[in-house]
Each structure stands twice: as C-alpha cells, then as structure tokens.
Design a binder for this molecule. Structure first.
Ligand code: 2HA
Ligand code: ZN
Length: 275
C-alpha cells in the first residue's frame, strides 16, 4: 500500500493542516510525531527503504527500539505538508539499541527529523512506561495565547493548571491531571527533552515557557483537541484580564469538587487551593 493512501498518514496531514489554519505554526514553528502501529507498518512494508544511514538520536529510547514513527522535518513548514508531504515529513525507524534512527520514507533531498525528536521520543517512552495508555501522538505548537500567559503567571504547574481549569468549565474534565510547566530552556536538545519527559510522567500537556505547548494523546483527534482546549482557555484568560485584572466571580474549589463527582474524574487537591 502507498504510504500516502493510509488512514494514519491522511489523518496526520489533515491535523497538521488544521494546526496551520489555527495560526499555531508560523514559518517552521511546531513539530509532530505519530508512533506507527505494527499492522500499519506491515501494510506499507514494501515502501520502506533499508538504505538510510543510521544517525544518532541524541538520547537513548531503549523501549522504542525497532519501532517506526511518522515525524515532521526540521525547518519544514506545516503550511506545506499537504502540498508536499514527501519533503516535509518522513518515516523513521529506531535501531535495536534505541540510540540511532534512520529515514525509511520521505524527507527527500536531505531532509532530517525535527530538532525536537529527542523530546518527542522520550515523551512517548515515558507515557508508555508510566501510564500504559497507548499514547501515540506527540504534538508541539506555538499557541499564542498560552505563550502570552507564560509572561504573566508564575511558572508553576499549580498556577497554570488552576487558572486554565477556571477559564472554561470543561477544562478539568478534559485534563483532570493538570498541566506541567517547564521554565525557559534552549530548545532542540537532550536537556529540554529530559525536563519535558519528567513532567510527562504526570501530565499529557507540558508548557514550554515563552515557547509553546507539547501534547500527548492516544489518537489525532484527542491530541489536537487537548491543544485546542488549553489554548482556548488561555485565550479566555487573556481576554478577561485585558479588560480588568480581577475576576468578579469564578469557579470555586468546591465547584470543581462537585464537577469532578458528576463527571467521574479525579482532580488533584493540590490544584484546589483557596486563593
Ligand atoms: O520546529 O518549534 O521547537 C521548530 C520548533 C522548535
Ligand atoms: Zn517550538
């Protein structure tokens, strides 16, 4: 089967295009990985090259050895993925040590995977080991309202979680475990990958201060939906506080407890402090 005719590939490209239309992917901003299922790999096996040169990942992801990933290219524009998928995205395979990758499809003419590949792979490994949840999608976007919030609020998981929960009633239902925050760091390497994957032990969403957001999910829709929900909540915060800095009323800790009971989600009491 042709890679571009598969369901997972079409969904990946559609989601990248949706993100682009949201305004989250200026220039080459953002990146995106899908962990391909075994049966999906079997269906495209004939299309995958074994000629690619093994290259260092820059970290070790032993638990992802011999797995395959559809990944965006470094320097590539989300805006171009639909028009030119073969140059903007690629399929990579991880070697048996978990330390090297090779390109098996796409990223034509010398393209390479995103500079955030170490973060993506370490996040997938951590989510697999910590949660057993079969999360396959890691999506990074430069959402403007959330980035704006990282200049305004203390960079603490508690504060971001609570403020985002308060801005839209369904937020605690959609991300009951909260969100993590990583202070400003140089992007594109192992250090930020380690810091992010540490937060991914507890959260599916991790904010990079003054940079953007990483979301992990079991499929394309829920991952995009999580990004969209968090960014929209941040937008409401910015709107409210642009008008005035003090809220006249809000959702209280007891309101959240009642919501959690009705919707059968567990909210961490750590985020339900009295303000
Ligand atoms: O791909 O978003 O974090 C460019 C970036 C790096
Ligand atoms: Zn980025």
């Amino acid at each position: 089967m042709n890679v571009m005719d598969t369901d997972f590939f079409k969904k990946y490209i559609d989601m990248a295009d949706d993100g682009d239309r949201m305004g989250w992917h200026e220039r080459n901003g953002g990146n995106f990985t899908y962990w391909i299922k075994q049966e999906e790999i079997e269906s495209i096996r004939d299309e995958l090259s074994k000629e690619g040169k093994w290259m260092p990942i820059g970290t070790c992801v032993k638990d992802l050895a011999k797995e395959y990933f559809l990944i965006s290219g470094t320097g590539k524009y989300f805006h171009n993925m639909k028009k030119d998928p073969m140059h903007t995205v690629g399929i990579i395979e991880i070697d048996e040590t978990g330390e090297q990758y090779r390109i098996c499809w796409g990223l034509l003419d010398g393209g390479k995977p995103t500079s955030e590949m170490p973060t993506h792979l370490m996040n997938l490994e951590v989510r697999k080991n910590m949660t057993n949840s079969e999360e396959r999608v890691i999506y990074h976007a430069h959402c403007p309202n959330l980035i704006a919030l990282t200049f305004l609020l203390p960079l603490k998981d508690e504060v971001f979680t609570r403020e985002l929960w308060e801005m839209m009633t369904e937020c605690p239902v959609i991300f009951p475990e909260g969100v993590g925050v990583v202070k400003w760091m140089v992007p594109g390497g192992k250090d930020i990958a380690v810091a992010t994957s540490k937060k991914m032990e507890n959260y599916r969403a991790v904010i990079w201060a003054h940079h953007g957001l990483f979301c992990s999910g079991i499929d394309f829709d829920s991952t995009f939906g999580l990004m969209h929900t968090i960014e929209k909540s941040a937008e409401i915060y910015i709107k409210v506080h642009s008008v005035q800095t003090k809220k006249a009323q809000s959702i209280t800790p007891d309101d959240f407890r009642q919501l959690a009971k009705e919707f059968h989600v567990t909210l961490n009491e750590r985020f339900l402090y009295e303000k």
